[in-house]
Design a protein around this ligand. Sequence first.
Ligand code: LLP
Length: 417
Amino acid sequence: MHDFCFRKNSLYCEDLPVASLAKRFGTPLFVYSSKTIIDHYSKIKAAFKKLDPLICYSAKVNSNLSVMKLLVARGAGLDIVSGGELYRARLVNCPAKKIVYASVGKTDREIKEAISYGILMFTVESLPELARINALAKKLRTKVDIGLRFNPEVKPKTHSYIVTGAKETKFGMDADTLKNIFLRRRSYSHLNIVGIHIHVGSQITESKPYLAAIKKVKILVQQLSREGISLKFFDIGGGLGIIYDKEKPQTAKTFAEKVLPLLKEISLKVILEPGRFIVGNAGILVTKVLYLKDTSRKKFIIVDSGMNDLIRPSLYGAYHKIVPVNKNSNFEFRNSKLADVVGPICESGDFLGKDRDLNVKEGDFLAVMAAGAYSFSMSSNYNSRPRAAEVLVKNGKAYLVRRRESYTDLVKGESIR
Ligand code: LLP
């Protein structure tokens, strides 16, 4: 469910017509619905109520400060992966004890900053990282809580780039490595190993891979407990899929019903790291049709957003629904139904959608749906294109929560020598 709906022939975000937002703020424009964000967060919270988990919204998914604040203000913690995300977490006053920090490549600076802030725990992904955090904690004369990321060797059905729980990926450690670390835990004098973490992948529509991974964690936790080792936290990561096209993803409720019995048996404080589920369908990218190009081979709808604004179609072949913001009766492409919606970037891989049936004319606005997750946060300045503006609709008003970049923003920090 989301709050982008047509009323008569016009697309609305909550009670505001998207076309007027596009006119007011310009395009390309990301528009987010706070109502949808809060609704999706509440759905996860309600589904897992019995466990009273810590829900750490995954900041990488949409790290706009206002989006993060919306969730933090409602009790969410944050899953971070960089010093930059820690900086953002601090700006939105996320309590340190609600922050978990994953990433296979934490730098010394990032580790020190997170130790100083006093985060809940680091998720450690390798032996050398374990040694590094231990050494830095020693230097800072403190003891640090960490969780170990377990690679459960399961392969969910999703794009290969976003499978993270399979053996051949760079993430986490196998069961034997984990057991050895626990058995040798006293050699890490400045670490408390308090948790175990999994994240099997993203855009996962079924519970099967989670169940397989959680079962493996259960066995591991039981083995450790026989050795007298007890833990506090079990972080089951994120990954819940959403509807882009014809997917039929599990709901938060059905997902919870499936995993709750196992989680109860494991009996550790559960941490969740949802991202896409909360914000994916809570955002759209509004773009303007610049030209209609008809060639002997193909038709193109050329718009003012490209792969620099939304790279998911180019990078993963991801499908995003594209709809006219105002459905009108202009049939400029009447004879040539299907067209590729492409951007201005100088690459043939620069497209937002292929073979779409759209009736548009120059100057029309199009909405690329489900662009709340991994969209602005993965955008770039490629082709020296200023990044888009972001608007948050909240309590009946539209707030510019990130202004459009200017040409001077583009060259900020550069010098001519
Ligand atoms: N926790 C960890 C450790 C993660 O690596 C991720 C996402 C999440 C949580 C949040 O996962 P979610 O609930 O959003 O599925 N750029 C790709 C997705 C990359 C996923 C990266 N990790 C895309 O656009 O589909």
